[in-house]
Each structure stands twice: as C-alpha cells, then as structure tokens.
Ligand binder design. Structure first.
Ligand code: CS2
Ligand code: MG
Length: 402
C-alpha cells in the first residue's frame, strides 16, 4: 500500500495570492489542492501546516472519504471557512492522486460526463453604463453566452464587481479600501442599466447580476420584482445568507431566480435554503465547501429540490479549483452554470494545464487526475503579498456588508 509521504503548503502571488497543498505518496505520485481563502490566506496555510499535515503522513491516500471524516470529525470544531478550505485542499489533492493512479481524469471517477461542456458566465462591468455596454459587447465577441453585468453606482466611491485593470481585483495592502454605499442610489440605478443591456443585446444571452449581500430581504424582494421583465438568469446574494430563513420573504414576492452560497461552506449552511426551495442556484464551491467529496453531497441534496448548481469561480480561486469545479460540473445532473473570470498570465505560468475555454464553455482536461501542474520555479518568482478586501460604509459612516 502506498502511503502519504510528503505534505507541502505552497504560497505564491502571481498577480494575486494562492495557497496550494501538494501531497506526495510513497510511490512518487503528487496531487494538488487549492487552499486559498482570499484575504485570510495564511490562516489556512497554518491550519494545514500545523494541524493537518502531521495527521496525513503515513495515511493511505486512496481512503478519501475516511480522510474527510477523520479531519472533519477529528477537529471537533465544526464548519467555518478556514477548516472547510483546509479539508477541501486535502480532499481535492487526494482525488487528483486517485485519478493519476487510475490513469483517468477525475470526472471519470465521479461517474463520467453528463454533458459535453460546462456553461460559464463571465464578468462585464463599467464605471458607467456606456462602458458596461462596451464590455458586454467585447465578451459577446469572445463567444460568452452568459454575462454578469455590474456598473458603478453614480456618486458613490468604488463599487463592488467593477474591474479596475485587466482583472477585477478588489484588494488593497495595509488596510482595506473604504467604499461608500447607498441602497437607495443602487435600487434606483441598477434596474435601469440592466434594462439597457437587454435593450442592446436582447434576450439571446443569459444575463446575471450580483447584489453582493447588500440588501435586506424586503429590499431584495423589491429589486427582484423590478427586474422581472428582464428575465435575469439570476440575482446573486440578494441578502446575506447566514440567515437562511430571510429568503422566504424574497421568495414570496418575486419570480426572479435567486443564487447564493459563495461564502457558505457546508451542507448545513444551505440546508434550509435547499429543502424549502428558497433558492434556484447554490453557489458553494469546491475550495471553500470541503472539496469534491462534500460539494457532491450538497449538489445531490440540491438535486432533490430542483436547485441547480452555480459555483463561485472568481480570480481568487486558483486554477486547481477551476479544474476540480469543471470535473464536478460536467458530471452532476443538476448543473446550472459555472462562474469563470480567468486568471492573469503570471498565474497560468505557475498553474499549467487549465481546462479549455471555447465559445463560453469549459472542457476538462483528459489528463489523469485534474491535469494541473504546479511550476515551483515560476511560483518562486512571486512572493506572498498580503492584501485585504474592501469594506463598505453607508452615507452616515456606519459599516455595511461588503
Ligand atoms: C464575487 C467574488 O465572483 C463573485 O461573485 O462575489 O468576486 C467575491 O467578491 C470574491 O471572491 C471575494 O474574495
Ligand atoms: Mg458573488
């Protein structure tokens, strides 16, 4: 029997910070898992290095489910983003190893393809409506079939979801950026620019919008109602989802489909949302929700209640997560859509072999495992660069959800 011989926690910053777990077996097979938790990276790195690595040495790498239970139950302390990201990294690395040992891509181990490719959505944004429309046109030109649209709210400094450079990168050094928020201004403005996108591009594209946890349930209900005619693919995170019951109120008022879950990390965090059919898409993701093993469990529960998948896939999730997400997405019967922002050239120098993107669809690699190689030499050129996500304050200076 092969055993786990070596566990390495690799931190690099090729344009943004990534934490990667690399497990090597006594047979010399390596597996990669993403362990990146944006803005809190080193907490997961320490959890892995100090608490999980010593437990993994000598274990049978083939026992994925047992290892998951051992790490989850063994912690005693349940759930939470740091724990679930650390366990996810171990889980995904073990699936990568299992695929390499079997000589099969991970999606074959999960049951094989249910579809030819994975529909993705990209991010169009603008500092005003005209530049948003230009951005949507550019993404259409690139072949994307599903587009998320966000524009900066006039009069407010900084808006979530609006790109600054080539890539949307909401991170600052030293202290979080302080942004200003007005729910009134947003609610007056957002439906009008989404309508402009529909006017210009018609109903032949899937149009998505991220509310980023900014509204109360009744405000979200109003927003959803006001955009019903625009037939959004979804409104994302209309209200913070820690309070799952809050979605009952939104649901009573609008037929606009609802997506949530990118900050949630376990099946228990989405249980009410799913079993009461309060959402249409669950956005939990491989890296923050306990890996492939746990995400499958969430998606299977969701399938029973007509909830489809729509995993988070921002640039702060590494290409290892993209590969693992696509492996799951291509298999599950209730797949909905996958977020895909892509990465910088530097990131792809470190993580080689990302899934193929064509006409707005992602296709998994047919290499054994996840098909991603980590280039240590390239990674060494990009040292860790601490960053914070912004915070948002209302016009009176009080803190709002970012
Ligand atoms: C966003 C994320 O992609 C999304 O839907 O909500 O970009 C989110 O802000 C970041 O991943 C936070 O790290
Ligand atoms: Mg989001």
């Amino acid at each position: 029997m092969a055993t786990i011989d070596r566990v390495e926690v690799l931190v690099t910053s090729p344009g943004r910070n990534f934490v990667t777990l690399r497990i090597t077996t006594s047979d010399g097979v390596t597996g990669l898992g993403d362990a990146t938790l944006n803005g809190r990276e080193l907490a997961v790195a320490a959890y892995l290095e100090e608490h999980l690595a010593p437990l993994l040495i000598g274990r049978d790498p083939a026992r994925i489910e047992d290892t998951w239970q051992y790490l989850y139950k063994g912690a005693y302390w349940r759930r939470g983003p740091v724990t679930m990201t650390a366990i996810a990294a171990v889980d995904v690395a073990l699936w990568d190893i299992k695929g390499k040992v079997a000589g099969l891509p991970v999606y074959q181990l999960l049951g094989g393809r249910s579809r030819d490719g994975v529909l993705v959505y990209c991010h169009a944004s603008g500092s005003d409506v005209e530049s948003l429309l230009d951005d949507v046109a550019a993404y259409r030109e690139m072949g994307f079939q599903a587009i998320r649209a966000q524009a900066a709210v006039p009069g407010l400094s900084g808006s979530y979801g609006v790109r600054k450079g080539a890539f949307y990168e909401p991170a600052a050094t030293d202290r979080p950026d302080e942004q200003v928020w007005s729910t009134e201004a947003y609610l007056d403005f957002a439906p009008s620019y989404l309508a402009r996108v529909r006017e210009k591009f018609g109903f032949g594209i899937h149009l998505l919008h991220d509310v980023h946890h900014r509204l109360t349930p009744i405000e979200a209900a109003r927003f959803g109602k006001s955009v019903e005619e625009l037939r959004l693919f979804w409104m994302e995170d209309p209200t913070p989802a820690e309070n799952q019951e809050a979605f009952r109120l939104i649901r009573q008022h609008t037929t606009t489909p609802i997506a949530t879950g990118e900050v949630l990390n376990s099946i228990w965090d989405v249980q009410t949302l799913i079993t009461e059919q309060l959402i249409d898409y669950v956005r939990t993701t491989v890296v923050h929700a306990g890996g492939i093993t746990h995400l499958r469990r969430i998606f299977d529960l969701a399938a029973l209640y007509h909830v489809r998948t729509g995993s988070h896939g921002a640039t702060d999730l590494s290409p290892v997560t993209t590969a693992a997400a696509v492996a799951v997405d291509i298999c599950v019967p209730n797949f909905g859509i996958q977020e895909h922002m892509g990465h910088t050239r530097e990131t792809y120098e470190v993580f080689r072999g990302t899934p193929r993107l064509e006409n707005g669809m992602l296709y998994p690699s047919d290499e054994p495992g996840l098909g991603i190689e980590y280039d240590d030499e390239a990674a060494g050129r990009f040292p860790y660069d601490p960053k914070y996500l912004p915070v948002a304050r209302r016009l009176d200076g009080s803190l709002h959800d970012w």
